[in-house]
Every structure is written in C-alpha cells, then in structure tokens.
Design a protein around this ligand. Structure first.
Ligand code: GDD
Ligand code: MN
Length: 377
C-alpha cells in the first residue's frame, strides 16, 4: 500500500456523503436477476450519485448471498436480509427508510421495469415539479404487452376500482415502479400497510391528493429469470387495502382478514354441528363443542395462511400456536357472552346484543392473537 494514503491520524479515512438517489429493489428468489439489474442501473445512472438497496426476505435461493458478494466489490450496493418476514410492500418501506438519500425509487428485480427512465424521474423530482413520479403502463407511450389476457383483465379491473372507490387520480396506481421524495415518504410511512403488494396505491391513497404526482410512460417487459410471486391472495390483499383506506384506516387490513376468516368460521361451525348431530348422532352439547373445536381449528389454519402469512407459523410452532389460539378464543367467548348479556340487560334487542357480543369477541381474539399467537419476532 502507498505510504501517503495509509489511513492514520494525519490521513483520516474520508467520509463520503449520502448518495442522491436510493434505488430500492425488493427481492424474493431473484438470484439470477440481481447482477444484470445492477449492471443496467450502473449504465442508466452514470453521472448520478446513487446506491441500490436490495431488500431480501431470506430467499431460499440465496439471493442475499449474491447481493453480499456484489456489495463487497462495490459500496453502492447494500443488502437488507429480513428473516421471518414476507411481503413486497413491507420490504419497499423498509428499504426506503434505510436510506438517507433525498430521493428513493422502487424497481422490481426481474427487469420488467425500465431502469432507463430513472434519470428522467429524478429530473422531475429535482426540478420541484412533483413529489412522486410514477412509471405508468397506461398512458400514451406506455404498455403492458407481456401480460396475458387474464392478467391484463385483472389489472384493468383493479385499476378501475382504485380510481373510482379511492378516487385515485393517476392512470396506473397498480404500478410497482416509482420514485418519491424521501421526506414526503417519511411523513406517510407510519400509515402505510406493510402487508400486500400495492405500495404505490397505498401511498397515493394515504396522501389523499396531497402529493404532486407526475406519470411517465414505460413498457412493462417480460421477466428475465424465475417466476412471478403474485398469487391469488393478492386479490384479497387488494380488497383489504381498498376497505382500509375507505374507512380511514380505522380497520386495518389484518383485522379485516381476521374478521373475514371469523365469519367463515361460523359456517364451518354450523356444518360441523350438523355433521356431529346428524351423521354421528352426538347429543347437542357435545355436538356444539365439536363444532366450536372444528371452527377454531379451521380459523387458525386460515389465519396462518392468509391473515398472518407474512409471519406464518411453521413446524412445531404450529402446534403451540394452535393451543394458544384455542385458549385465546375460549376467553373471547366469555367476553362475547358477557358483553351480549349486559347489552341485552340494558336494551333487550336480541340482534343488537348478539352483534355487540360478536364484535367484542372478534376484537378480543384479534388483539390477543396478535400478542400471543402470531407475535412479531
Ligand atoms: N422482499 C420481498 N418480499 N420481495 C418480494 C416479495 C416478498 O414477499 N414478493 C415479491 N417480491 C419482489 C420480487 O422478487 C420482484 O423483484 C418484485 O418484488 C415484483 O414481484 P413479481 O413476482 O415479479 O411480481 P409481478 O411481476 O407479478 O408484479 C409486478 O408488477 C405489478 C404490475 O402489474 C410488481 O411490480 C407489482 O408491484 C406490480 O403491481
Ligand atoms: Mn415481475
């Protein structure tokens, strides 16, 4: 090493300043794509001071390992490896908040988005013309040719719903490609849902028209390697997000899913009760207990798959969780009956008392499940 530049008291290592732009890339099983993406970012962002933050949910294919290797070679590459968590929105939020750059972009790892638009997006933000720039498939010059008929239909439907119900004004609120001023994002972040896919829709709906948005067209391409992680639960997530935003965030997406699962539990209970009575000829009290047990079990399984899929219990924890869930629900039943009784005492309207009891039960079960069954690690 050259004596003159050896770090020491007279030559303190130089601190470099914060990059201007942070590019956030959520990844799950994108091992074969991340290197290509990095090269393309490098080409597209020549002349800009930037960093790229990969937020990987502990991909089984070891994406994080590939990213670490890139980071050792180039300090512009950073890696957040999240363990025990899943979710595109949550990953994006965490990535943006991990940077101190004044501007943050979100781009998919699979090269379906067009990184060559990034300098244009940055220029619009720096020019002060917008707080948020969206890469849009649905304005002149943009397209989503890689979509098959079914996916195109679903995307169009969701876009219509978002526009009408949430009064979102932009052409492509379902886009996953955008750039935002970090200070504005930081203000909105506490109200955003970490669950689900629709981070941009969430941002725009949460801001309630208080963000200056510009859209620029791009062509949504085909995935380079691997496959899409969007599955049928995305529709449910989307519905939940729309409902949560409609109720001004009084009810969270998770609570809605929990309540929806609870209502399926009622049907399961009745079906099991019927089978126990009619098929197995059990006396009513035993049959009713059977119904409750089956319903609690099915609620637990559904909640583990849907409501808490980002914190899904696996292996031995499933059994422990199930037993705790039984316990929580049993106490919830007491709370339910107690509230229903006291309401009925005041005002003997059966459906009012029944509904109050049921609401108490679900709120209790939800709160306690979050604390004890699917607690955040
Ligand atoms: N960290 C993390 N955690 N990343 C994830 C997760 C997750 O649970 N799920 C998906 N990703 C990453 C993928 O690795 C990819 O880089 C990016 O998020 C987009 O996921 P895809 O699986 O490629 O989704 P898509 O192509 O079907 O959907 C894209 O296009 C939609 C527009 O129709 C996404 O950009 C959507 O956000 C967008 O709405
Ligand atoms: Mn994709």
């Amino acid at each position: 090493m050259n004596e003159a530049i050896r770090p020491g008291p007279e030559n303190p290592p130089q601190a470099t300043s914060t990059p201007h732009l942070a590019v956030i890339v959520p990844t799950f099983n994108e091992r074969d794509n991340v290197t290509t993406l990095f090269r393309r970012l490098e080409a597209a962002l020549a002349g800009v001071s930037w960093e790229v933050i990969f937020v990987d949910d502990n991909s089984p294919d070891g994406t994080w390992d590939v990213v670490r290797a890139m980071a050792r070679e180039d300090s512009r590459v950073r890696c957040i490896r999240r363990i025990g968590r899943r979710g595109l929105s949550g990953a994006c939020i965490e990535g943006i908040l991990a940077s101190s750059a004044p501007y943050a972009a979100v781009i998919d790892a699979d090269l379906q988005h067009d990184e060559r638009q990034l300098p244009k997006m940055l220029a619009l933000l720096q020019g002060g013309e917008a707080d948020l720039v969206v890469g849009s498939r649905y304005i002149a010059g943009g397209s989503a040719e890689s979509f098959d008929k079914q996916r195109a239909g679903i995307s169009a439907l969701a876009t219509e719903v978002a526009k009408r119900v949430l009064r979102v004004k932009i052409a492509d609120p379902m886009s996953g490609f955008f750039m935002i001023r970090r200070d504005r994002f930081e203000q909105l972040a506490p109200q955003l849902s970490t669950q689900g896919f629709k981070i941009l829709l969430d941002i725009v709906a949460t801001a309630r028209g208080d963000l200056r948005v510009k859209e620029i067209p791009y062509r949504f391409g085909s995935r380079l390697h691997g496959e899409s992680k969007l599955d049928s639960t995305v529709a449910l997530d989307f519905l939940g997000l729309v409902l949560a935003k409609l109720t001004g965030d009084v009810v969270s997406l998770r609570f809605l899913l929990f309540a929806m699962v609870g209502s399926t539990g009622l049907l399961v209970h009745l079906a099991a009760l019927f089978v126990a009575l009619e098929v197995f000829g059990l006396p009513f009290p035993e049959a009713q207990a059977c119904g409750a047990l089956v319903a609690m079990t099915s609620n637990f399984i559904l909640n583990n798959f849907l409501t808490y899929r980002d914190q899904r219990l696996k292996g031995f924890s499933i059994l422990r969780g199930l037993l705790l869930f039984y316990l929580v629900c049993s106490v919830g039943l007491f709370a339910n009956v107690g509230v229903a009784f006291s309401v009925y005492d005041q005002e003997p309207i059966w459906w009012l008392a029944g509904a109050a009891g049921a609401l108490m039960g679900v709120v209790w079960n939800y709160a306690m499940s979050g604390l004890f069954v699917w607690r955040k690690r």
